[in-house]
Ligand binder design. Structure first.
Ligand code: KIV
Length: 262
């Protein structure tokens, strides 16, 4: 999927489906499912690296996983997530790092933040790098919010988020992720912008939805955010398979005749 095709979905009122992926195997499965856009999210810090937040994820980590996904993707739009401190310090550094994502095979980058990031977005877009914005509960600002909390609840906060969304659109962002914000605010932003909004915990009125792949596959059962719906229970399946394998080896049932060379 190209950026213009992605944006055309909004005009055609066709929902956009985005999931995260971090490796070649799942990229192929995601594409087989007919999903057209893949975010190589810095959520990999949590779901792949086992950290409690995304703040320690580096450019090297992101470029490695972006190469795996972009190398396997045949049709999907691949969006690389800019990690903490790869774009905050200066516009020049932001543009250079964004460029490295495209060199690694991504078609676009995503960054967190609103009006304060509009100049970076504009600078990237002006040199040919498509940018997706990310507003609301932006995980890289976790400590400023004092935890993972719904954003944009009060009137002033809602006004500020709408202004952020307009600034990103004016800066040239091709789409915006809205994370953990009230449904009416997500609807207002979606109705106001001409670029697509992609919701995660932002209700049904967004132009599309994104979920972390391992959450939707049910690979975690210790902490599942309210906005996640597990469409499978792969952790339970994996546990069952591994326990059966262990048992069968212990009981001398595996390998059997079918798995042996004669
Ligand atoms: O890092 C990520 O996976 C994300 C999505 C949850 C939007 O930013």
């Amino acid at each position: 999927m190209t950026i213009p095709e992605f944006q055309q979905h909004k005009r055609d009122k066709k929902k956009l489906i985005v999931v995260t992926a971090y490796d070649a195997l799942f990229t192929r499965i995601v594409e087989q499912a007919g999903i057209g856009a893949i975010l190589v999210g810095d959520s990999l810090g949590v779901v792949v690296q086992g950290k409690s937040n995304t703040l320690s994820v580096t450019m090297d980590d992101m470029l490695y996983h972006t190469k795996l996904v972009a190398g396997a993707a045949q049709r999907a739009l691949v969006i690389g997530d800019m990690p903490f401190m790869s774009y905050q310090a200066s516009t020049e550094e932001a543009v250079r790092n964004a460029g490295r994502f495209l060199q690694a095979g991504a078609h676009a980058v995503k960054l967190e933040g609103g009006r304060i990031m509009a100049d970076r977005v504009e600078a990237m877009v002006s040199v040919g790098i498509p940018v997706m914005g990310h507003l609301g509960m932006t995980p890289q600002s976790l400590h400023r919010y004092g935890g993972y909390k719904v954003q944009g609840k009060g009137k002033e906060q809602a006004k500020a988020l709408l202004a952020d969304a307009k600034a990103l659109e004016s800066g040239g962002a091709f789409a915006i992720v809205l994370e953990a914000i009230p449904v009416p605010l997500a609807k207002t932003i979606t109705d106001t912008l001409s670029i697509p909004t992609i919701g995660i915990g932002a209700g049904p009125h967004c132009d599309g939805q994104v979920l972390v792949l391992y959450d939707l596959l049910g690979l975690f059962d210790d902490f599942v955010p309210k906005f996640v719906k597990p469409y499978a229970h792969l952790k339970a399946d994996a546990l069952q398979a591994l326990r059966r394998y262990k048992e069968e080896v212990e009981q001398g049932k595996f390998p059997g005749d079918a798995e042996s060379y004669h």
